[in-house]
Write a protein that binds this ligand. Structure first.
Ligand code: ITT
Length: 191
């Protein structure tokens, strides 16, 4: 059994990582003591830069293989925003709900609803970057949320291939197609 530590404070991401490892000989665990460690500074201009910063920051404490995910939503009509600011789109005390309300406000009356979820995962061993893995999925932002599944912007993200939002899809369905699913599968395949 190979053990991979992940560094995330996002319960939705952690659920998806664990699901990915279910049918493999790889065990994915939250880095022990994660919550006690100072947070990583995520001031990179790209998902890839931030994923590497996060993974190196926490990798020093793992003594083995550790990965971090930086991801977000790029909305075409907003010039790619919220992008790397997706988690704190509506400010330092942002919640999924406040982010979703702000997004709907900014898109009010906008016909172009094209959006894309993007994910970069950096895998490190202590201070060495072992690999960076990517994923992206295209969809549309609806006028109102649909479904209670997933997290973040999922209830607003309509996936044409499913004919429903990521909030309405099952966790397994979402992961089979999602930005994070693609990046995690690429990482697991590299091991
Ligand atoms: P960690 O850095 O601790 O992993 P975080 O939530 O702060 O958690 P990011 O900085 O990578 O992570 O921000 C990602 C944000 O992008 C996340 O909070 C959601 O708002 C959004 N997001 C990313 N992937 C998503 C997904 O699969 N479904 C819905 N929203 C997603």
């Amino acid at each position: 059994m190979t053990r991979l530590y992940c560094a995330t404070g996002n319960a939705g991401k952690l659920r998806e990582f664990r699901m990915a490892a279910d049918s493999t000989r790889i065990e994915i665990e939250l880095l022990p003591g994660y919550k006690q460690l100072p947070p990583a500074v995520e001031d990179g201009a790209t998902f890839e830069e931030n994923a590497i910063k996060k993974a190196l920051h926490y990798g020093r404490h793992s003594g083995g293989l550790l990965f971090a995910d930086d991801s977000g939503l790029e909305v075409e009509a907003l010039g790619g925003a919220p992008g790397v600011y997706s988690a704190r789109f509506s400010g330092p005390r942002a919640t999924d709900d406040s982010n979703n309300r702000l997004l709907l406000g900014q898109l009010h009356g906008t016909a172009n609803r094209k959006a894309r979820f993007v994910c970069a995962i950096a895998l490190v061993e202590c201070e060495r970057v072992v690999g960076v893995f990517h994923g992206a999925v295209d969809g549309m932002i609806l006028d109102e949320p649909r479904g209670l599944g997933g997290f973040g912007y999922d209830p607003l993200f309509y996936c044409p291939a499913f004919g429903c939002t990521f909030g309405e899809a099952t966790g397994e369905q979402k992961f089979s197609l999602s930005h994070r699913g693609q990046a995690v599968r690429a990482m697991l395949a590299s091991l």
